[in-house]
Design a protein around this ligand. Structure first.
Ligand SMILES: [Zn+2]
Ligand SMILES: [Zn+2]
Length: 110
């Protein structure tokens, strides 16, 4: 974060030609001194989002052996199943099924 020396408001990076300058949003004061942390912060938050997606894909791929259960969508009698912890840790894990024919995914209701 970079703050204006004149008024104390947050300064934002702006491209001027090949240089990047920090410009105050309130009084318009400029400084060419750019802190590396300003750019590190934005890239770090993007990285975190993509990591979450990777974890979700892995848990969906990790399917247990098939079981005999009827698909509510197409009526097929075989489906893969896996257990997944939903929301908070104090809830029991929910069993999910994935139809081997149409790929429909549904959860087991207790
Ligand atoms: Zn200012
Ligand atoms: Zn199906």
């Amino acid at each position: 974060m970079h703050f204006c020396k004149k008024c104390g408001s947050l300064m934002v990076p702006r491209k001027e030609g090949k240089k990047v300058v920090m410009v105050c949003r309130k009084c318009g004061a400029k400084t060419t001194k750019v802190e590396k942390n300003d750019f590190k912060f934005s890239t770090a938050s993007v990285k975190k989002t993509s990591e979450v997606i990777v974890i979700d894909k892995r848990s969906q791929k990790d399917l247990s052996p098939e079981t005999s259960v009827q698909c509510p969508k197409c009526g097929h009698g075989k489906a893969n199943w896996w257990v997944q912890q939903t929301r908070s840790g104090d809830e029991p894990p929910t069993r999910f099924f994935k139809c081997k024919k149409c790929g429909h995914v549904w959860r087991e209701y207790q």
